[in-house]
Ligand binder design. Structure first.
Ligand code: AHM
Ligand code: MG
Length: 335
């Protein structure tokens, strides 16, 4: 007998919130549907020419869009629009937020932010990639089109966040603020099953994940911390293990299960780092805290940052609580 399905879990969870209207459940169901479609396409990306390689366009960040990026963006937007509970969506792939102006959508009380296909440079080389999503209640008036202010909310106000990892199997991991649960996809019957209930970060670990190619362009504090990770400062002289996939979702997922820290600091050429606050850092920070981990930027807790623009970038450090605290001492110049 298999575990509970994601569909059953969503309904059970909805019943835990008295007065719930089922709208958030519909959002989660539409993400589940789009994730299945993207998972299916991901698995045949080597065979189906229409899905492999560059789309020949750039996103607002000047990055090459891959065909699978564009496909995933379309699937998530269409699935969310069809449920008529979301009034707009902000995505890495679109310069501006998309407002759903159908009458029923305008009555939706939620907005969604997402990176539909994260780690897209890994698509063509068969390495794990992911989807990241974040859900807020809108702050503009219900019945009107979505406004920018609906998307520029502090991470602490998220009502749900999660990711899908398309790896050796596909998993959907999410939280509605009541712990973190993971569901593994069984492609033979097209169903997600609860496989990782109540996920928790180990309080510490021995993995650090960073693109060390950038190290010479990082601050002295980050250089000292990486030296510490290599055992040069610790009493034991025992190094941490370096693991870097280059897909944020995959690096985060591994560290969540095994214990570790992920870093994307500022560099001389990228003073705010690379990762985007609203649809990469903030949702993972929400999950990390829900799982007993920690997420900070150079000036403190990620979930407390007031966003100023849709595609804002921030330096990002996330993982097991003790390891992030250890890093924090370096960032504050205490080492
Ligand atoms: P993307 O959203 O364009 O895929 O970029 C984000 C990705 C993250 O998944 C990953 O952690 C990071 O970029 C890797 O960057 P780098 O190649 O600079 O190490
Ligand atoms: Mg991304």
């Amino acid at each position: 007998m298999k575990n509970k399905t994601l569909g059953e879990f969503i309904i059970d969870n909805q019943n835990d919130f008295p007065g719930s209207t089922g709208e958030l459940s519909k959002i989660l169901s539409s993400i589940r549907l789009a994730a299945k479609l993207v998972s299916h396409e991901t698995n045949k990306a080597g065979l189906a020419k229409h899905i492999l390689g560059a789309a020949g366009t750039e996103n607002i960040q000047g990055e090459q869009q891959q065909k699978l990026d564009v496909y995933a963006d379309h699937q998530f937007i269409e699935a969310l629009k069809a449920r008529e509970v979301v009034c707009g969506i902000g995505s890495e792939e679109n310069d501006d937020f998309v407002s759903f102006d159908e009458e029923k959508c305008k009555k939706g009380k939620y907005v969604v932010l997402m990176d539909p296909l994260d780690g897209s440079s890994n698509i063509d080389v068969k390495v794990s990639i992911g989807t990241i999503f974040s859900v807020f209640e809108r702050c503009s008036a219900i019945g009107n089109p979505a406004e920018l202010k609906d998307f520029l909310q502090k991470g602490v106000k998220q009502v749900a966040a999660g990711y899908v990892i398309y790896g050796s199997s596909t998993m959907l991991v999410y939280s509605t603020g009541n712990g973190v649960n993971g569901f593994t996809f069984d492609p033979s019957i097209g169903v997600f099953f609860l496989s990782h209930p109540n996920m928790k970060f180990p309080s510490s670990g021995s993995i650090y994940s960073m693109n060390e190619g950038n190290l010479n362009h990082c601050s002295a504090e980050i250089q000292d911390y990486i030296s510490f990770c290599k055992g040069n400062n610790t009493a034991t002289k025992k190094p941490y293990t370096a693991r870097y996939i280059g897909s944020l979702v995959a690096d985060f997922h591994r560290n969540l299960i095994k214990g570790g820290i992920y870093l994307y600091p500022s560099t001389t050429t990228a003073p705010n780092g690379k990762l985007r606050l609203l649809y990469e850092c903030s949702p993972l920070a929400f999950l990390a805290e829900q799982a007993g981990g920690m997420a900070i930027s150079d000036k403190g807790r990620v979930l407390d940052i007031q966003p100023e623009e849709l595609h804002q970038r921030v330096p990002f450090y996330i993982g097991s609580k003790e390891m992030v605290k250890e890093l924090e001492v370096f960032l504050q110049g205490g080492n």
